[in-house]
Design a protein around this ligand. Structure first.
Ligand SMILES: [Zn+2]
Length: 280
């Protein structure tokens, strides 16, 4: 590794993609950090034009800096889609300087945007590994995971709630059946008793005490009728609770739906902005 004087605010260090340049001191926004330099290649020169390497920095159609030389420390600076520095190209002097575009803290990796052409040719095919792209990728992966979980939960909730509803409905049906049976029994009993009462009343009426007894029979019958209506209202309450269960199931379904909607919205908001071209 080429030596770097201690006075310089950077060092070469391990980065995600191999080596990179890292700040060792705070670097103010707008500060010129380092020059990108090397032999000038002339597009009009066939020999120059044949040179190919990763460190070519095109100044304009004619001139390109070959930055592959060892002394060019700036070649360690990696690309970022959301950089903290930029390449400042002086076309007339054919000079390139890397300058801070925001405050860079010690330990931060120094990055600049290599430009659309480089991105398309070298980074897009293998997938850009800059912080911004990695974060984007991680976010996307997390969202996809969340969406899958939401879908799973949705289908589970759907199944569970339908099962619950079925169970509840069954229970209600059973209860209603029981109640109906009870009702019928009560009715039958009432009828029988009423009949008995009526018969008794008849008999007693024959004994000219009809008025009183008849009244008694009637009131008994009335009591039984009340019992029947009580049973009816109980059945109603049960079916109400059943509809509550259904309502809950619907609510959880709606929740799952809104979660999916939120995920979709987040996805839409996260579309990458168009890339900047920094290379001259
Ligand atoms: Zn990137």
């Amino acid at each position: 590794m080429p030596p770097i004087p201690e006075s310089k605010p950077y060092r070469i260090g391990r980065s995600r993609t191999g080596l990179g340049l890292f700040a060792t001191k705070p670097i103010k926004k707008g500060t010129k950090i380092i020059r990108y330099f090397g032999p000038l290649l002339d597009a009009h020169n066939e020999k120059h034009d044949a040179i190919e390497n990763k460190y070519l920095f095109q100044i304009n159609k004619r001139w390109t800096i070959d930055g592959s030389i060892r002394k060019n420390i700036a070649r360690y600076i990696n690309h970022s889609c959301k950089p903290n520095a930029e390449s400042d190209v002086n076309v007339r002097k054919r000079k390139v300087t890397i300058r801070a575009i925001k405050k860079i803290e010690p330990g931060d990796e120094i990055n600049y945007d290599y430009g659309t052409e480089y991105f398309k040719a070298f980074l897009k095919p293998i997938g850009c590994k800059c912080d911004a792209c990695e974060k984007k990728r991680a976010k996307k992966a997390a969202e996809a995971k969340a969406e899958r979980a939401a879908d799973k939960a949705k289908s589970k909730t759907g199944k569970a709630s339908s099962a619950k509803t079925k169970k509840a409905k069954g229970a209600v049906a059973d209860k209603v059946k029981t109640k109906t049976k009870t009702k019928t029994k009560t009715k039958t009993k009432t009828n029988a008793k009423t009949k008995v009462a009526a018969d008794k009343a008849k008999t007693k009426a024959a004994n000219s005490k009809a008025g009183k007894t008849n009244a008694a029979g009637k009131s008994k019958a009335a009591t039984k009728t009340k019992a029947v209506s009580k049973a009816k209202s109980k059945a109603k309450t049960v079916s109400k609770s059943a509809s509550k269960v259904t309502a809950r199931a619907t609510a959880s379904k709606a929740k799952a739906k809104s979660a999916t909607k939120a995920a979709t919205k987040a996805k839409q908001a996260k579309r990458p902005a168009s890339k900047r071209t920094r290379k001259a």
